[in-house]
Structures are given as C-alpha cells and as structure tokens.
Design a protein around this ligand. Structure first.
Ligand SMILES: C[S@@+](CC[C@H](N)C(=O)[O-])C[C@H]1O[C@@H](n2cnc3c(N)ncnc32)[C@H](O)[C@@H]1O
Length: 349
C-alpha cells in the first residue's frame, strides 16, 4: 500500500517511525513517504539470508541492522509484492461483483492489517483482524489515516488444542488466511476452524508442495530461536499438497474453488515465487460444519463402555459445579476480598 498520496502529517510519520523502532512494522509492504518504506519483498525475492526490510535514510542507530543497503532493488521487490497483494484483494472483491459494502471479513494472522485495511478502503462493511503480535495501535493509526474502522483482536491459534485462545472469531461472510497455514502444526484443523466461521467464502493463500497425493510436508523443526516445543515447532515450513488443500476446503463445505492466478505485471522471478504458493477463493456450497464445531466424534462411539461413561459423567458434573461456584455471589465476594488483601499488601493466607 502506497500512502504517499495521503499527505501524512509530521505527527503521522513520527508515529510510524516509532512503530518501526518498536519493531511493530516491517513485514508488510507499505510506503509512507519517499524516504520511508517497509516490507519483506526483498527477502521473498532473494531468499531468507538477504537482510533488511526498512528504507529510512536518517534512521536512528538502534535499527541500523534492519536497514537495506540496496534501496532501488528493495523498493522494486516491494513494488512487485504490493502488486501481488493488491491483485489478491481485487480478485476477491471482483468475486462479489465489485461490491463488498454488505460483507464482513475476518483475517487470522492479519499482521499489521494490509489486507483488512485494503478491504476497508474498498468499502467493506466490517473487518476484523486476529494475530498474536499485538497490532492494536498500528490498526488505530491506519484507521485514522485511511478513514476506516479495522478492528484488531489479540489471539493465538493453539495447535495443541486446535483452538483459538484469547479471542473467538465470530461468524463473518469471508475469512482470510494468507501465509499463515504454513505456521501452524495442525493446518487441517486450523483451516476447518476458519471455514466453520465463514458464511460465504474463504480466501486461502499458502505455500504448497507439488505432490499429487494428499500430503503435508514439514520442514526442519526449531529453525527460529524462540521456537515452540516439539511437535509444534515447525514454524513457517509446513506445506500442504494442492490436492489436500482442495480436499480440506471441499470437506469443510466449500465446494466451489477458484484458483487465484498470478498477476501478469510482475517479473518472472516473482511469477516463480507465486508458483510456490496456492491461492483459492472458495465459496460455500454446503451448510454443514466440520468436527471442530460439532460433537461429531460421539456419533461414532455407539456404545460407550459403562465405566468410561461414568468417568465422563463425573467430569461433566464437576465442571458444572465449578462453573456454578464461580458465578455465585460468594465466589465473587471471595475474589474481591483477595484483591483488597493484595492491594493492602496483606499475606494471602
Ligand atoms: C507470514 S505472516 C503473514 C501475515 C499476513 N497474513 C500477510 O500475508 O501479510 C504470519 C502472521 O501470522 C501470525 N501468526 C503466526 N502463528 C500464529 C498463531 N499461532 N496465532 C496467531 N497468529 C499467528 C504472525 O504473527 C504473523 O503476523
């Protein structure tokens, strides 16, 4: 997104500079001024080893390691990446006859909100973003500058429990997942969760393999310093085969799949990069939800052994008891008492 035509004020630019210093901005390709540009286009084009994702000639010393040393090439790479991003957005909007004013959107792994803000300026009714990097302040900045109202919610997909923590994605018309499936160790469950929240369509864009079978390929684990523990540590190197990606969407109720082509106005090398990913706009063709939203497994266990059922009943009974206790006046009074004691510096017991 090129914001040079927005005539950003010195205060607006100062806020962006502060976001860069705080490492909040840098991944998605934005131009804020002739002298201020961010984005990972260079790394996508030249490979992981290439450094720098900030062009800011008079940057403070603390971010020198983030600066690029070949500005023209960096800017050209980001230009191509922006072309691809804008093409994804235009293709999605065209699927809805170029009118999205009645549609709500949610994006998991929204980062600094490039796609949601792009939908906002194209007239979307409501845009909700979810990510485990807290980008609330960055969203507020874009809302103010672009005159939109993108919402940000802190949320983390937990691949161990196959669920979203800290927030719940409500049902919306369209769910987006762009370059996120490759980060989660349970891509099928993750995609099923997203599909269950989409009334009309899902836009998924993710690295894939060329395997003709139904397969998932994992790269080497723990390649980043703060990796999760095994088996959750395959960050960013998880790729579905195209047949499996199609099957996953179809099984989740999205039987009408439109592959997103590569835009023509990018260089050959970018076309090759694009070919390593697969994008679909998948339209809902069935109302049925996946096992993540229904008690599907109980249908199969036709006869539950007596002792197993007893244990399950006991757990449910205890859960209800705990929920009842927690909502009782006594419990709330007890919690308030602990808060008072803590505030007064009194020992807990
Ligand atoms: C490769 S970036 C893609 C960002 C954006 N969708 C795009 O294509 O420009 C992956 C994003 O997903 C977020 N992310 C990765 N794993 C996540 C998880 N388990 N829960 C929530 N967000 C996650 C990261 O913080 C990051 O913003």
């Amino acid at each position: 997104m090129d914001l040079r035509d927005r005539n950003l004020s010195p205060e607006n630019l100062k806020a962006i500079e502060q976001f860069i210093v705080e490492r909040r901005l840098g991944y998605q390709p934005f131009i804020f001024a002739d002298r201020l540009e961010v984005g990972e286009g260079l790394r996508f084009h030249d490979g992981e080893a290439s450094s720098g994702h900030i062009y800011w000639p008079d940057a403070p010393t603390e971010i020198q390691n983030l600066l690029v040393d070949c500005p023209e090439h960096f800017r050209e790479c980001n230009r191509n990446l922006r072309t691809i991003y804008e093409f994804l957005l235009d293709t999605l909007v065209q699927k809805f006859d170029s009118n999205i004013s009645h549609l709500t959107f949610a994006e998991i792994g929204c980062n600094t909100g490039y796609f949601l803000h792009g939908l906002g300026v194209r007239g979307a009714k409501r845009c909700l973003g979810f990510d485990f990097t807290n980008n609330k302040k960055v969203f507020e900045w874009f809302n103010q500058v672009l005159g939109i109202n993108s919402e940000f919610y802190f949320a983390e997909w937990d691949s161990l429990s196959h669920s979203l923590r800290y927030a719940e994605i409500p049902e919306v018309d369209v769910v987006l997942s762009i370059a996120v499936l490759c980060h989660v160790a349970d891509p099928l469950q993750h995609l099923a969760y997203l599909c269950d929240r989409a009334r009309k369509a899902v836009l998924v864009y993710t690295p894939v393999t060329q395997d003709n079978n139904l397969s998932i390929e994992f790269g080497h684990p723990a390649k980043y310093p703060k990796a999760l523990k095994y088996p959750l540590n395959f960050d960013n190197d998880i790729r579905l085969s195209i047949p499996l990606l199609k099957l996953a969407l179809e099984q989740s109720g999205f039987g009408e799949l439109y592959p997103i082509p590569c835009p023509q106005n990018v260089s050959e090398k970018w076309k090759a990069w694009f070919a390593c990913q697969q994008g679909y706009i998948a339209l809902r063709t069935s109302e049925s939800k996946t096992a993540l939203s229904s008690d599907a497994t109980s249908d199969r266990l036709r006869t539950i052994p007596g002792d197993a059922k007893l244990t399950l009943d006991k757990i449910r009974q205890l859960q209800e008891q705990i929920e009842g206790m927690e909502s009782s006046k006594f419990w709330k009074l007890r919690e308030a008492w602990f808060q008072v004691k803590k505030a007064l510096g009194l020992p807990e017991r």
